[in-house]
Design a protein. Structure first.
Length: 318
């Protein structure tokens, strides 16, 4: 297939998924393809996509908020690029739309890392919950969502993210897995769900499937070069050291020894139904009626709160 031509607008690709699901590994693999570049996570793009009107030039208030977010965003500052190029472009903004801001930011990264890339995108955990909102701004966008067994993801979150306890980590997994399933049904031609377990068991087949989804030829560089692809890492990244190693299945079942029986029972009690809906089997029998009622109430509260927030974002975007 012909490479992306200079001056031609690239297609948009958004990578997302559960915390500790293998998103960074997949980002490294995808960005080792000669026609794909995906910028690291940043709060700027999500803030613009979800917090500002989509169909008209941004107001002076919105522009001030955008520039304030850009100035404070440590993740954006950790991109391995010359930030002055983008800052000079922002300084010249007069009337600009949400789509133009996000396109400029992703194109800025593409032009400094892989100018001929056919796909230009961004990685952020929130896209797997709000892809329908991204679709309002980029109707043609493609999405790749990483999904990992809840118990493996929760176990890793507890080890690396001290802000989470067993309940908050489990509910976060549930909300994202639930939305991944819903979005895959709503946008079947534009959403690809990559299971962590399938990726590490047969990396080449998964890469071939991803390339077919993106209408690209398979590139062996995807698996040959991902460990040295530092261009798309944050300079401050200290939690993904395992992505420098060879792909292995060693972490697939680690949760069986890292989580206690009580913790497994809590995870499965909170997210067991979504676990099964996502294709994973429970390890234990279901909890008793009283416990199940408590878990159901907690799940319902989480879903209702998210739906209210999502509806508010829709009103803001328009």
């Amino acid at each position: 297939m012909a490479p992306h031509a200079p001056g031609r607008e690239p297609s948009h690709l958004f990578l997302s998924g559960n915390q500790r699901s293998g998103k960074t590994l997949l980002q490294l693999i995808l960005c080792s393809h000669p026609e794909i570049t995906i910028s690291p996570g940043t709060n700027v793009i999500a803030r613009v996509l979800y917090g500002m009107p989509k169909g008209e030039p941004l107001s002076d208030t919105n522009m001030r908020e955008f520039k304030r977010t850009l100035q404070k965003d440590r993740k954006f500052k950790a991109w391995r690029v010359d930030h002055r190029v983008y800052q000079e472009k922002v300084a010249k903004y007069t009337k600009v739309t949400t789509r133009e801001i996000v396109e400029d930011l992703m194109s800025f990264f593409r032009d400094q890392t892989k100018p001929l890339a056919r796909y230009s995108g961004n990685k952020k955990g929130c896209y797997c919950k709000d892809a329908d909102l991204v679709k309002r701004v980029f109707p043609e966008a493609k999405f790749v969502f990483m999904l990992r067994d809840a118990r493996g993801a929760v176990s890793s979150m507890l080890e690396t993210q001290p802000e989470h306890d067993i309940t908050s980590a489990s509910l976060m997994w549930m909300m994202k897995a639930r939305r991944i399933r819903q979005l895959a049904e709503e946008f079947p031609k534009d959403v690809f769900v990559c299971r962590y377990e399938s990726l590490v068991r047969d990396p080449e087949q998964m890469c071939r499937d991803l390339c077919a989804f993106l209408n690209l030829d398979y590139a062996p560089e995807m698996l040959a070069n991902y460990r040295t692809n530092d261009a798309i890492r944050h300079q401050t990244d200290t939690t993904h050291h395992e992505t420098y190693d060879a792909i292995t299945t060693a972490m697939v079942d680690e949760w069986k020894t890292h989580l206690s029986e009580a913790q497994i029972q809590t995870v499965e009690g909170l997210v067991g139904e979504e676990l099964e809906s996502s294709g994973y089997e429970r390890a234990q029998v279901k909890a008793g009626l009283v416990e199940r009622a408590k878990f159901r109430a907690r799940r319902t509260k989480e879903i209702v709160e998210w739906e209210l927030g999502h509806a508010q974002k829709k009103r803001v975007i328009g």
